[in-house]
Design a protein around this ligand. Structure first.
Ligand SMILES: [Zn+2]
Length: 238
C-alpha cells in the first residue's frame, strides 16, 4: 500500500519497486541537499541508505536543512537524520555514519553502493568522491547550489567527471549564499536522477549538466565533454 502510487507507473511497477528495495545508496553529507534527497529516497523505499556526515546542527543550518529542528542544535546530524528517516519508513535499513570523509576512508565508505549522491558544500570532498566513484565504477549524482543558482549532473566511468570539466578550479566564497527552496529544487532533482539510474531508465544526466537559475526562472541543459588530460580518467589507463 505504501508504494501504491509509484507502482502505478509502468517505469516502476512491482518489479521496479523490488529493484528499489534491493538497492543500496550512499549519500555524502546530511545537510541542505541531503534533506530532500534522503527524505525522498526513504519515501520511495530504497532498501539500504547509508548517510555520512560528521557535523552537528547549528542555527544557520535551519534555513534549508529541514531534517532538523530548533531542539536539535548541537546534536550529531548523522544520528538525527537516521532517526528521522527510520521513523518515516521502518521497512528500510538506514546506516548513519558520523565521520569526516578523506582519501583514506572514502573507498570503504562507498564500497558496494549502487549509486552515490554527493550532497556536500565543498570542492575538496566532491573531488575525493568523484575520484573514488570513477575508480570503483559507481554512478555518482552531483548537485550544488549557490544563491538562486543550482546544478545537477551524473558521473560515470564512460562519461565526463568533475575533473574532466575542471571543477577543481572552482573558487567559491565560503560560506556561500543559499536559499532553502533552491536547495529543495536541486536535491529533488538528484533524488529523481538516482531513482532513474537504479531503475535503469534512459535519459539520465551522464555527460550533461542541468543548470537552474531561480532568478530568470530557467533550466539550461549543457553537454559536457570528456577531457583526454583528465587525471582521474587517466588513472584507468594504467
Ligand atoms: Zn574525468
Amino acid at each position: 500500500m505504501r508504494y501504491e502510487r509509484q507502482v502505478l507507473m509502468k517505469e516502476i511497477g512491482e518489479k521496479g519497486q523490488n529493484t528499489l528495495k534491493n538497492s543500496k545508496v550512499t549519500v555524502i553529507g546530511a545537510g541542505g541537499l541531503a534533506s530532500p534527497v534522503l527524505t525522498y529516497l526513504a519515501c520511495a523505499g530504497i532498501g539500504t541508505i547509508t548517510l555520512i556526515d560528521y557535523d552537528t546542527v547549528s542555527e544557520s543550518n535551519l534555513n534549508r536543512q529541514f531534517l532538523y529542528h530548533e531542539k536539535d542544535m548541537g546534536m550529531n546530524k548523522a544520528v538525527l537524520a537516521g532517526d528521522v528517516l527510520s521513523s518515516l519508513n521502518s521497512q528500510i535499513t538506514i546506516n548513519p555514519v558520523s565521520v569526516r570523509i578523506d582519501e583514506e576512508n572514502i573507498g570503504q565508505l562507498i564500497d558496494r553502493a549502487d549509486v552515490v549522491i554527493d550532497c556536500v558544500d565543498n570542492v575538496e570532498t566532491r573531488l575525493i568522491v568523484n575520484r573514488e566513484c570513477i575508480k570503483q565504477d559507481i554512478p555518482l549524482v552531483e548537485g550544488g547550489v549557490y544563491g538562486f543558482y543550482g546544478f545537477v549532473m551524473s558521473v560515470k566511468r564512460e562519461y565526463p567527471c568533475l575533473e574532466c570539466i575542471g571543477y577543481g578550479n572552482t573558487k567559491l566564497k565560503r560560506p556561500g549564499p543559499v536559499l532553502g527552496a533552491v536547495v529543495g529544487v536541486i536535491g529533488s532533482l538528484q533524488a529523481v536522477e538516482c531513482i532513474k539510474i537504479l531503475l535503469g531508465l534512459d535519459d539520465v544526466l551522464y555527460g550533461k549538466m542541468l543548470n537552474y537559475d531561480g532568478l530568470t526562472v530557467s533550466f539550461d541543459l549543457v553537454e559536457l565533454l570528456k577531457n583526454d588530460l583528465c587525471e582521474v580518467h587517466g588513472l584507468l589507463k594504467g
